[in-house]
Design a protein around this ligand. Structure first.
Ligand SMILES: NC(=O)c1ccc[n+]([C@@H]2O[C@H](COP(=O)([O-])OP(=O)(O)OC[C@H]3O[C@@H](n4cnc5c(N)ncnc54)[C@H](OP(=O)(O)O)[C@@H]3O)[C@@H](O)[C@H]2O)c1
Length: 305
């Protein structure tokens, strides 16, 4: 299930894509992200990705420069997974033009969502996303927070059967939806489930992550920093010395390595507007990961903060 791509292999893969035109070999990171397989297909994804809620909103005030820099940084580490959600059409149109730039178009795995109620409204929203993002097929289509689950799932299944989307799944970002999610996973075994999981929010470990492993469902993780709350809680403290045992360089990597140490996790989505934070987050995928005893120590340590 776990595999690594060497820098040479990444350069080889990128050289066949236009991305190498703008990312010179010198800017490709010296180490690249390991990959894990999507159970339903065997296709492999790099283990750190980008959540785009905040960076897409930031386009309004800062233009598309920051999100382009963040995506470049992700790709330089061999990353490709970009999670998206429907935004006001004028914003998604600008973001969509970024996704369609030649240096990104063929290098990304783009996950989209439907977050509305009603069959016709859902189809209209998905069609709009597909048009604005210029992606046919979409890589992954998810029902956001289980919204109008039964109606939208029929649409997603029909879209997958028609070849208009490669994978389908659902998302949650709060424990209150876990019971509904568990029943849905057992009934439908979707390709992907996206859920919240971190060193401070680990309830998913009890049932959902083992269930995903049993059923062969890929897991995307959201909220690795609890939308920034994690950084407020750890404050300006120094990292404890023992984090060197699992090659941890920052508080961000502390939470990310906790998440990535779970074998059911396929990819963790980190949301950022800053290329240097994207680099910090990507580097969490390199080096050693904590073992079970160390994970318990990490939880105990942050619980006391
Ligand atoms: N229901 C759903 O489907 C759902 C719900 C929530 C989230 N999500 C997905 O999950 C993604 C991430 O979840 P989230 O919204 O909870 O965000 P998050 O990744 O937990 O936290 C984002 C915050 O952390 C900061 N940050 C990121 N990397 C950092 C670093 N290395 N050092 C210091 N600060 C850092 C960011 O600020 P800077 O900009 O300053 O880096 C941002 O304020 C979303 O973008 C979305 O794709 C889905």
């Amino acid at each position: 299930m776990f595999s690594t791509v060497t820098r040479r292999e990444l350069l080889g893969a990128l050289s066949s894509l236009s991305v190498l035109g703008t990312l010179s070999a010198a800017t490709i990171a010296s180490e690249v992200l390991p990959q894990r397989a999507i159970p339903s297909s065997g296709e492999k994804l790099p283990i750190v990705g980008l959540g785009t809620t905040k960076p897409v909103r930031f386009i309004r005030e800062a233009g598309t420069g920051p999100i382009e820099s963040v995506i470049h940084k992700l790709i330089s580490y061999g990353g490709c997974v970009i999670d998206t959600s429907p935004r006001p059409p004028e914003l998604d149109a600008r973001f969509g033009r970024v996704l369609q730039q030649p240096e990104f178009r063929d290098s990304l795995f783009v996950a989209a969502k439907v977050n509305t109620t009603g069959k016709e409204q859902g189809i209209a929203q998905i069609e709009q996303t597909q048009r604005l993002f210029g992606r046919d097929p979409l890589d992954l289509l998810q029902i956001s927070s289980l919204t109008d689950l039964e109606t939208q799932w029929l649409t997603l299944r029909a879209w997958k059967e028609a070849g208009k989307v490669r994978y389908i799944g659902v998302t949650v970002a709060h424990e209150r939806l876990y019971a509904t999610l568990e029943a849905f996973m057992k009934r439908e075994a979707p390709d992907f489930v996206q859920l919240n999981y971190s060193v401070m929010e680990y309830t998913a470990e009890d049932r959902l992550l083992p269930l995903a492993a049993d059923l062969g469902i890929a897991i995307l993780v959201n909220g690795p920093f609890m939308n920034g709350e994690f950084f407020t809680r750890v404050g300006g403290r120094d990292l404890p010395d023992w984090v060197a045992e699992f090659d941890c360089e920052s508080w961000a990597q502390y939470s990310l390595k906790y998440i990535l140490a779970h074998p059911a996790v396929t990819c963790v989505l980190t949301e950022t507007t800053k290329a240097h934070h994207m680099e910090d987050n990507a580097r969490a995928g390199l080096g050693r990961l904590p073992d079970r005893a160390t994970k318990q120590r990490m939880r105990d340590y942050t619980a006391g903060l």
